[in-house]
Design a protein around this ligand. Structure first.
Ligand code: PLP
Length: 412
């Protein structure tokens, strides 16, 4: 099997005693051993027998194997959510006194993690313009462990030119961590751009139509593990697997962020149709964005692959002009946004994207509601911005719903 679809659908040859074509769901907390010696061998790492499902589970392992193949990664660890992927990956390499460098263009929960939770543990976060090499270089010091970015930022859809940032990360020997939730490893290849650690919310494209919450941490070949003081011992014991082993043997099990076997099962089903769904959603999103960009009622359409977008070339370079599910629609103000949302008949009001169903939300008054006007301005969250997660429906119905809602509110 060479093609990615064949690999995602078939996985590795089945070990299932009943030759089940779908993965077995191992809903169990614990596992039985034939002898006391075997229990010891498992617990001391001499065998890799399953011990306890917070530590490892066969259904979750099957998902990890297929995701690792999809991403071309050295390792994949599935966790309970995208946020668990981000927080446990960062805590695996950062100690009190260390710092992380990122920008303010972030998913809301990541922003609060960076401004509240991590600083309370003595981990500092510096916000800079990552694309200004001088500013970035000046911000890096001997306690900098990670450069963190979202390859397309949620929700304002800024696209980073990752290559020069990756070069700085290589020169200064700090880890480059990329949040790939918006695209998934199918659309963006971390291995190709010098990313050391990828974090992805599998809730989004991978879950298979938003069936469940999950996350994954991927690692790629890196010459930087030995530069991280917190990984020193892991490097001595595990060599190039230092990061993934440190994560799986320490934070993952001690904080307890395991993915449930049932979630892994749902996401394995989702993976089988990943590329079909992503291809269709990308095509729907492109058509919606192009249509709306011609519409007088909309002040601005945010969609990186749109002609005239400042990110069109980068979008082409990094993910073949296919930026995923989101389209930003800027209307006059919050009142107009609410009237429009309430006039929609098919598109759902709610917070998700890459769902089979199209969904819309007003970021400023929901995910970013706790932040001050000033911070929201710095993050580029306009009060007239609507975030539309385009789904799998017939595209004419999506466009038709938007059109009828604009007519209802007297804008078309
Ligand atoms: C959704 C999302 C997350 C968080 O993922 P969860 O699975 O909801 O925890 C993180 N980053 C980005 C860019 C996201 O879109």
């Amino acid at each position: 099997m060479k093609g990615i679809n064949s690999k995602l659908i078939h996985g590795r040859p089945t070990q299932d005693p009943h030759r089940s074509l779908k993965p077995a769901v191992y809903e169990t907390a614990a596992y039985d051993f034939a002898t006391a010696e075997e229990v010891e061998a498992a617990f001391t790492g001499k065998t890799d027998a399953y011990m306890y499902s917070r530590i490892a589970n066969p259904t979750v392992r099957e998902l990890e194997n297929r995701l690792q193949t999809l991403a071309g990664a050295e390792a994949c660890i599935c966790v309970s959510s995208g946020m668990a992927a981000i927080s446990t990956a960062l805590l695996t390499v950062c100690d009190t006194g260390d710092n992380i460098i990122t920008s303010k263009y972030l998913f809301s929960n990541s922003y609060v993690l960076f401004t509240k939770t991590l600083p309370s543990l003595g981990i500092n976060v510096k916000f800079v313009d990552l694309e200004n090499a001088d500013e970035l270089n000046a911000a890096i010091d001997e306690r900098t462990r990670v450069l963190f970015l979202e390859n397309i930022t949620n929700p304002i859809l800024k696209v980073y030119d990752i290559e020069p940032i990756s070069k700085v990360a290589a020169q200064r020997q700090v880890l480059l961590m990329v949040d790939n939730s918006m695209l998934s490893p199918y659309l963006f290849r971390s291995a190709h751009w010098g990313v050391d650690i990828e974090v992805t919310s599998t809730t989004k494209f991978i879950s298979g139509g938003a069936t469940s919450i999950g996350g994954a941490v991927f690692t790629f070949a890196s010459d930087k593990w030995s530069k991280v003081p917190k990984l020193k011992q892991a490097v001595e014991t595990f060599g190039k697997e230092a990061f993934s082993k440190k994560l799986s043997k320490e934070l993952f099990r001690n904080i307890g962020v395991c993915m449930s076997p049932h979630t892994a099962y749902l996401q394995l089903l989702g993976l089988e149709t990943l590329t079909l769904r992503v291809d269709r959603i990308c095509e729907n999103a492109r058509q919606v964005a192009e249509h709306m960009s011609q519409h007088p009622a909309v002040k601005e359409v945010l969609y990186p692959a749109l002609e005239g977008s400042p990110y069109r070339e980068l979008s082409e370079k990094y993910f073949g002009g296919r930026p995923g599910s989101l389209v930003g629609l800027v209307l006059e103000d919050k009142k107009t946004c609410y009237a429009f949302m309430n006039a929609l008949q098919m598109i759902r009001r709610g917070t998700n994207f890459c769902d089979n169903k199209s969904m819309i939300i007003h970021p400023a008054s929901t995910m970013y509601a706790d932040l001050s006007d000033e911070v929201r301005d710095e993050m580029g969250i306009d009060k007239g911005l609507l975030r539309l997660g385009v789904g799998l429906e017939d595209v004419n119905d999506i466009i038709g719903d938007i059109e009828q809602a604009l007519i209802q509110i007297g804008k078309a």
